[in-house]
Write a protein that binds this ligand. Structure first.
Ligand SMILES: [Zn+2]
Ligand SMILES: [Zn+2]
Length: 251
């Protein structure tokens, strides 16, 4: 793609984003809400006022440092879960295919105006409905909101997460009372699991120790009594995998 064609395309995306923002403000009246927060674990961006809130899925397009005028792409942030990177990989690929350096370089020197234009392109690639730029820890975050999520669904998503003292927000896991991060008790689970795996809405991470497994097999499944012995508790996904690592480690 020729430079002037690219600049034209980028400008078009920016104009489209302005239209989307107007539409968005008409639909959701963001000024009404006094707080915002996001949670990379649930993938929800929330605007709230007192008890009222509205939620959206989102994409963290980039972070921008005003100190040194650099932008880091969201796709280059490896700790960021894929659920907040909608369309970013496609945009990067578009950059590679068309030899556009700023789209496929993890960290670029640029200005805020261009950061908005890049956000507009990300909005196009992720079918975004709004561009948003909150400030966090001296960094500007360039965010695209992707989809409005109904309150019922928000509730169902949030129920699957737990605030852990050690790990902040993470998916909930169910483990028997005997599993620990220090002692070896064996580790049994309903199905093979790995960190950040996709789970169907009906599936949960569940694990129990060898002793619970022995009793469960003898009883031909879970019942009230052996469940009482297991005394399942809720932990976060990261704690679950720390327990798994501890128990399956050799030696
Ligand atoms: Zn147990
Ligand atoms: Zn935890």
């Amino acid at each position: 793609m020729k430079t002037e064609n690219y600049e034209y395309y980028k400008q078009k995306c920016l104009e489209e984003l302005f239209e989307l923002q107007d539409q968005f403000n008409t639909n959701y009246n963001l000024d009404y809400y006094s707080n915002w927060y996001y949670d990379h674990a649930t993938g929800l961006f929330t605007f709230s006022k007192d008890d009222e809130e509205i939620n959206f899925t989102y994409t963290l397009v980039s972070t921008y440092s005003r100190k040194d005028n650099t932008l880091q792409w969201g796709w280059a942030k490896h700790n960021l879960p894929s659920k907040v990177k909608h369309g970013l990989e496609e945009l990067r690929q578009f950059g590679i295919d068309n030899n556009i350096e700023e789209l496929n370089t993890a960290l670029i020197s640029t200005n805020e105006e261009n950061a908005w234009a890049l956000t507009a392109m990300a909005a196009k690639f992720s079918k975004g409905i709004m561009g948003y730029r909150p400030v966090s820890d001296h960094l500007l975050l360039f965010v695209v909101l992707n989809e409005y999520i109904e309150p019922d669904k928000v509730k169902r998503i949030k129920e699957k997460y737990i605030k852990c003292n050690e790990h902040k927000s993470a998916r909930v896991a169910f483990v028997c009372q005997h599993l620990s991060k220090t002692e070896k008790t064996g580790f049994e689970e309903a199905f093979e699991t790995w960190p950040d795996m996709e789970l169907d809405e009906d599936d949960d991470l569940e694990a129990w120790c060898s002793e619970c497994e022995e009793i469960r097999l003898k009883d031909g499944g879970w019942n009230d009594e052996n469940m009482k012995y297991s005394n399942i508790k809720l932990v976060c996904e990261k704690c679950h995998f720390e327990m798994k690592d501890n128990n399956l480690e050799k030696g």
